[in-house]
Structure formats: C-alpha cells, structure tokens
Design a protein around this ligand. Sequence first.
Ligand SMILES: Nc1ncnc2c1ncn2[C@@H]1O[C@H](COP(=O)(O)OP(=O)(O)OP(=O)(O)O)[C@@H](O)[C@H]1O
Ligand SMILES: [Mg+2]
Length: 224
Amino acid sequence: MAFIIACASSKGGCGKSTLAVAIAGVYASNGTSVLLIDADARRRLEDEWFNAKTVSANIHVVSTRSDDLSKTVESYRDKYDVIIIDVEGSANWGLAEAIKAADFCLVPSNVSFQDLRDAQKVYDHVDSLNKESKRYRHCWIVWNRVPPAIRSKEMTATMEEAVQNGLPVLGTIHERDAYKAIFSYQSTLDKLREGNAVPSAAKAESEIARLITAMHDELEKKAA
Ligand SMILES: Nc1ncnc2c1ncn2[C@@H]1O[C@H](COP(=O)(O)OP(=O)(O)OP(=O)(O)O)[C@@H](O)[C@H]1O
Ligand SMILES: [Mg+2]
C-alpha cells in the first residue's frame, strides 16, 4: 500500500507543484516508485513537467479530475511505494478529496500573514476531519521561498504567529533557482545536481531529503 502525501493548500502559487515534484525526485533517486497524481485541471505536471527522457523511470504521472481523485488513488494504491497528490490552488472539492485520501498533508506556505491564514484553514480542516474519522492524517506546514540570508520583520513575526497558533512546522525550503529549474529543465533535483546545470541543486536536494526524513520521523513517532 502506497504512502500518500498531499501537497495541500487553497493558496495559489504557494509552491505545491514544486514541492510535489521535488519530493518525488528525491524518493525516486533512492529507488522508491512514485506516482504523482495531478488533480489540477491545467495538468501542468503531465503537460509541462513530465518528460520520459529526462525524468527517472521510477516516477509516473497521471492526471485526474477532482471528482475522480479518490477512485484514481484507489486504483493505484497497490502499485507504488509513494503517491503524491498535487491540487489546484483554491478551496475546492479536489483539495478536500486530496486531504481525505492522504496519510500526510504538506502545506507549503510563503512566510507572510496572508499565506499563513490559508495554511491555518487547511490545518483546521484536517484537524476537524481527524476528529470525526477513524484514520489520522498528519498535517504540517512547510515554509517555502525563505530567503537564504536576511529575513524581514514580517517574516519573523509570521513565523512567531505560527508557533503561537500551535501550527506544526515540518521544515523550511529556501528560495533557490534549482526549484524553478525543475520545471524549465523538466527534471528533478538529483539530475540537475549531476548535470551541474544549476549550482543550488545540491542544497535544494538536501533540504528536501531532510523534509522527507522529518516526515518519516513523525510517522514513526505517531505509530509508537
Ligand atoms: N523554493 C522556491 N524557490 C524558488 N522558486 C520557487 C520555490 N517554490 C516555488 N517557486 C516558484 O513559484 C512559482 C509557483 O510555484 P508552484 O507552481 O509550485 O505553486 P503552486 O502552489 O503549485 O501554484 P498553483 O496554485 O498555481 O498550482 C513557480 O514559478 C515556482 O518556480
Ligand atoms: Mg500547482
């Protein structure tokens, strides 16, 4: 049975697709079979990113309509080690279905009050679903596009507010060219690193690997 991750947020442009593909690449480079389910009607993963010549053979992509998401997940569950769901950036049916299907929701959020409010809504939704359902879903915020050097006062205040609101933060992804290059080169971070195409690829790959480790640590803690 696949471990199911949803890159979930109602906020457009917060980094869901980038995170989905970055995580898929790191899993695949370690020999894990990954299915990316693209539940965004624009089909960006399948039409703009996936290229069988440049993407690992361990990664497959399937596009689905939001209405069919749960059926799609069920039909592939036994065929992959990991399934990653990418949704459209709005509070729609697809987001709710992705959260329902997931074992682990990752909520990318830029470090701003506006983004934090959207992240909080997703967290609250998962929390209420957990209370009424037998199955527990993890839900963790991932700060995205954090500048590697100086942080503004608003960023520091936003991060503090997340702590005060009890929002769990799994880790940080920095603003790096390598994340943009994933789409422009139709590639993954390991391949960008190997090809020396983008200098920040190695650092990006390490931070995504740390995020995956943190995710599995949380799963183990919950299971213990
Ligand atoms: N850590 C990062 N560093 C640099 N650029 C990033 C990073 N994360 C995302 N981006 C860029 O931000 C833009 C939006 O990212 P992405 O498409 O992943 O967001 P999304 O949440 O999937 O958007 P949508 O809601 O439209 O589906 C893209 O141009 C992407 O390259
Ligand atoms: Mg997207």
